[in-house]
Design a protein around this ligand. Sequence first.
Ligand code: 48F
Length: 259
Amino acid sequence: MALDERIITRAIMDRYIAKLKEAIDLDVAIVGAGPSGLVAGMLLAEAGKKVALFERKLSVGGGMWGGGMLFNEIVVQEEAKTILDQVGIRAQHYTDGYYTADAVESVSTLTSRSVKAGARIFNCVSVEDVMMRPERIMGLVLNWSAVEMAGLHVDPLAVRCQVVVDATGHDTEVVKVVERKVPGSLSTPSGKRAGERSMWAEEAERLTLENTCQVYPGLYVAGMAANATFGGPRMGPIFGGMLLSGQKVARLILEQLQS
Ligand code: 48F
């Protein structure tokens, strides 16, 4: 067939704009497409919710591609192995309840499952702010990551949603915005973001689940962002807590949306 560059250009623009328009009004907006965000997005989409993930980087997967120190294998403990099984990620038993999985298979499978379940993923898009109506978050303010990186003075666009998930990992970027704009308002003991503590895998994995919650009306935290918000330690390259946190936040949000 003869190829026409104008058709190729129009096809990309039309399809992308349609996808973005569909995301202007969401049930759930997830910031960050690392492991916790991807699991949450997949489960919420599977439950029929209109969900989008906004990811600053070109590639999704966050800190999971590199395993530990670029050795691209991840470790998952017994409690989270069922999630690998359900999703179709092949786990290998290592010893006493420790399993490993290929990091690339893990990210690509979770990503594929999320998109096929109906979650829309917008990569290269950064969340720079939230929309608030008195005392409730009800949307996100977005810009191209390229605009952010170049430091250009360009106004953003916005999408509305019922619920936001901060799954931005160590940076807790959405939580930081709320802390700046409504000081002392978070549901942490001090009302402030506590910051993460040093590495302690066992405690961190337990607390990641415990800290996965609604931290401000309309805003949930998941994954490492949950621990960095509540002062839990970091866990290093064990990923079960991330997967379980994504699962928990999806359950909490479904309960809220159905009530
Ligand atoms: O850091 P990340 O993988 O988050 P996670 O799901 O998993 C943490 C683990 O990877 C690992 C760990 C334990 O195993 O400690 O670090 O908690 O993924 C967070 C994603 O959020 C994106 C960022 O590029 C990354 O891919 N992100 C961060 N800030 C923004 C953002 C923002 N403002 N807008 C859009 N995306």
